[in-house]
Design a protein around this ligand. Structure first.
Ligand code: TYD
Length: 203
């Protein structure tokens, strides 16, 4: 009896399958592949895909960092982390450039003092490149207020006050792209190949 039931059930499934194969495909096609393939493709990092080594971020040593001779130490941290320096310059920042750079802070009460302080002395501005460099740099730099920044981060080790927090690091991929365009002309950035590329990540 059980055998008979199984047989009927199997035939039923085959019939439904062959009749609705196209309908099923049609229904599936409206779902993004990422959803059909499960959580890895939908949102989590796909460890098997090649890392994007061309991501770039803007890092600036602020006037307090320059005055305190911290430029070398900060550069060293990014080099040691395996990132590639593709742009570097020391400059005095114009009010206009800073206003564009910090345009999102315009309504903040501390905005005038940030502008005043950032134009008070030279800054060293850099573009660093590498896998996940935007997010990693933010972790390396630490929270905005040095009081909250963990030891081991740049601000946690060298920052003295929220208004003197040594470095700037872009906070998102879009922010980084916008800021790099603001601070660097295309020809200021240098394209070069790291000879130790395969020691840094999977090719
Ligand atoms: P913000 O973009 O909020 O932080 P972050 O630099 O971590 O992206 O602020 C920009 C800078 O403004 C910050 O690095 C230091 C300065 N600032 C102050 O002077 N006082 C403040 O209360 C805050 C929040 C920031």
């Amino acid at each position: 009896m059980i055998m008979l039931q199984r047989c009927i059930f199997k035939k039923f499934i085959q019939a439904v399958h062959s009749r609705h194969q196209d309908t099923t495909k049609g229904l599936l096609s409206v779902f993004p592949t990422s959803l059909l393939n499960g959580p890895t493709a939908a949102g989590q990092r796909n460890t098997s895909s090649a890392p994007d080594l061309t991501e770039q971020t803007l890092i600036a040593v602020k006037p307090d960092g320059v005055q305190r001779r911290l430029v070398g130490k900060i550069i060293q941290r990014f080099e040691q982390r395996g990132f590639k320096l593709v742009g570097l310059k020391m400059m005095r920042v114009s009010d206009d450039l800073l206003a564009q750079h910090y345009c999102e802070l315009r309504a903040k009460p501390f905005y005038p003092s940030v502008l005043q302080y950032m134009t008070s002395g030279p800054v060293v501005v850099m573009v660093w490149e590498g896998h996940n460099v935007v997010q990693t740099s933010r972790s390396m730099v630490g929270l905005t207020n040095p009081v909250d920044a963990s030891p081991g981060t740049v601000r946690g080790d060298y920052g003295t006050h929220v208004s003197r927090n040594v470095v700037h690091a872009s906070d998102s991929l879009e922010g980084a792209q916008r800021e790099i365009k603001l601070w660097f002309q295309g020809e200021d950035l240098v394209t070069w190949e790291c000879c130790d590329r395969t020691s840094l990540c999977e090719p």
